[in-house]
Design a protein around this ligand. Structure first.
Ligand SMILES: *Cc1c(COP(=O)(O)O)cnc(C)c1O
Length: 360
């Protein structure tokens, strides 16, 4: 078997023990004589998987009792619409931090359903930093402040969640379960599973129960968070395979020491890549503010685009793949999500130092 080190921003690498366990159970799931993806979602065997995944998610992320955990489809992108649809009425003000590509996209969709306005705009800074709390402008009557805890494309993160007197809503797609959060400040947290949690096809919402109830506008049943909560995310056929794999990823996170360990590990691992950048005598350059550097997506540039192309080719030849930056910003992006093995980070850092020595 030859596994590469996959630095893709998403979908991305998953823990090898999880993949092996899935392989071993694939044809005959727990003595049912069929695979999990052939089971009825109303069967006891699947219901166990489903309930285990909800319980593990709550336990690993430290979700308080007064929040509901929902397993949904449509990714973070559908939630850009359904979060404002469920939380606010038309014309109510909601604040968005325009911190980068995802923050901007979330705000655009929210503007269809509410009076979404920018609490801060990173465009004049080229999206290279997050706002300081005193830069956030919150209008009276604002129902929530939306933040993107990690801007996957630009490579910046919210290092401390702001306390601005209105509840927070966070898109945590690209740093889900890589850090504990101050739940008392949040009304809702959401994200797609395909970066830190499992395969594509599943999104997880954690919402304060008192925000649920009759939605502020008429909505079809799948769009209603209150109905998903009431039916324990079994309103219709859920993305069973993704939920099952996520359950295994959650057990793996627990075995690694939980979310606190993931947070320390992410700081240390990304720190080693940033150190390789900072000690390269300017050969590598990080375009983002030091204080806001992402622990998940390390973005950097080389002196020329030709050198960047040569870097990507040489890296791939060494089994370090998917290091190309997003087409909108170019350069290099190393995504080091929870499941990236330490050896992958070591190999990348060794490769970066050798390449700089040869080509500088
Ligand atoms: C990947 C990503 C998204 C989009 O997720 P989908 O599940 O593909 O809709 C949204 N926000 C952030 C921060 C992301 O990293």
């Amino acid at each position: 078997m030859s596994r590469v080190y996959n630095f893709c921003a998403g979908p991305c690498t998953l823990p090898l023990p999880v993949l092996e366990a899935v392989r071993d159970e694939l044809v005959d799931f727990r003595g049912t004589g069929m695979s999990l993806i052939e089971l009825s979602h109303r069967s006891p065997a699947y219901e166990d998987v489903h309930e285990e995944a909800i319980a593990s998610f709550r336990q690993v992320f430290g979700v308080p009792e007064d929040f509901e955990v929902l397993f949904l489809q449509g990714g973070a992108t559908l939630l850009f619409s359904t979060v404002p649809m469920n939380l606010v009425a038309e014309g109510e003000p909601v604040a968005y931090v325009r911190s980068g590509t995802w923050g901007r996209t979330a705000e655009q969709d929210a503007a269809v359903f509410a009076d979404a306005y920018p609490a801060w705009d990173g465009a004049p800074h080229g999206y290279t930093r997050m706002p300081r709390v005193d830069e956030l402008e919150i209008r009276p009557g604002t129902r929530y402040l939306h933040v993107t805890s990690n801007e996957t494309i630009e490579g910046i993160r919210v290092s401390a969640f702001p306390d601005v007197g209105v509840p927070l809503v966070a898109d945590m797609s690209s740093d889900y379960l890589s850090r504990p959060i101050p739940w008392e400040r949040f009304d809702l947290v959401y994200g797609g599973a395909q970066k830190n949690l499992g395969p594509a096809g599943l999104a997880v919402v954690v919402v304060r129960r008192e925000r649920l109830g009759e939605p502020p506008r008429p909505l079809g049943s799948y769009l209603r968070f209150d109905l998903h909560a009431e039916r324990r995310s079994l309103l219709n056929t859920p993305p069973m395979f993704a939920i099952y794999v996520m359950g295994k990823v959650l057990a793996w996170i627990r075995s690694m020491g939980g979310v606190e360990a993931m947070e320390r590990r992410a700081a240390e691992r990304s720190g080693r890549i940033y150190a390789a950048i900072d000690t390269s005598d300017g050969f590598y350059r990080s375009p983002v503010d030091r204080a806001d550097r992402s622990h998940m997506n390390v973005v950097f540039r080389l002196p020329t685009e030709e050198l960047e192309a040569a870097f990507l080719r040489a890296a791939e030849a060494e089994g370090l793949v998917n290091l190309k930056g997003h087409r909108s910003v170019g350069g290099i992006r190393a995504s080091v999500y929870n499941a990236m093995p330490d050896e992958g980070v070591d190999a990348l850092v060794t490769f970066m130092r050798a390449f700089a020595e040869q080509r500088a």
